[in-house]
Ligand binder design. Sequence first.
Ligand code: HEM
Length: 252
Amino acid sequence: MELLTRDYLGNFGFRYLHIVAGICWIGLLYYFNLVQVPAFAAFGDEGKARNIAIDKVARRALWWFRWASIATLVTGILITGLVKNYFQDFMSSTSGQGIGHNVAISIGMVLGILMAANVWMVIWKNQKVVLANAANVLAGGEANAGAPGAGRKALLASRQNFIFSFSMLFFMVGAAHFYSGAFAGATSGNAWTFFIIAMVIVAILQINALGLLGGTAATNKLLWPYESHKNALITGGVLWLVLWILSEILLG
Ligand code: HEM
């Protein structure tokens, strides 16, 4: 019985907890994007009903969402720390786990870490304003004029995370499954080129979602990917396709 060895905990225990926490987090991300945002918009003028839903439903969903993101992040990083020589010969053709595995998990991890940062630094920061406003209005107080703007910033970051999630899951799951053993002949230079191009594309999208390329108003044409969950689905699919084709061209 070697249940408490570092490798076993990393490969089995924390990997399993990581998947459970990740499903809780990304499941709620999909609930927000596919169900809650369209449902709350459908309340229309029924402001009181929407505020009750924000106070009673969104508040609870956000609690599980943000703590599941932390559990996913911590267990994910523990896997790399506990499994022996996890990143041995990083991005080199002699890499212990294979160059394909290391490139894939690096992209998956950067996307996951960025998404967790969005959860805490943008979505939760702004949703706190929305939640406080709903509770205050329900208690008979004045509406906060800043709440709709805060909600908009949270929405953009949430749709950006929705867009990233498809590529994040592809490369994360692909590290152990479809990319392990693949691209054995790829050079270190090509692996870095692929990684850097992927990071530049990701950075441009992230900067745009923060409204740093022309603001957060709905009139900003660059924000097309975030104006509906359909647009976000299309953008997420295109991002995945571009990254997958690039990996085949540059590493294959
Ligand atoms: C937040 C940052 C994240 C980090 C640092 C991280 C890290 C990792 C690491 C190191 C692995 C092991 C890959 C390998 O076999 O070498 C892994 C696998 C995996 N992760 Fe993540 N991850 C993160 C986010 C997520 C999220 C949000 C999900 C959503 C479900 C997720 C789901 C998975 C799955 C399904 C596997 C594959 C396990 C397997 O097939 O063996 N991860 N992750």
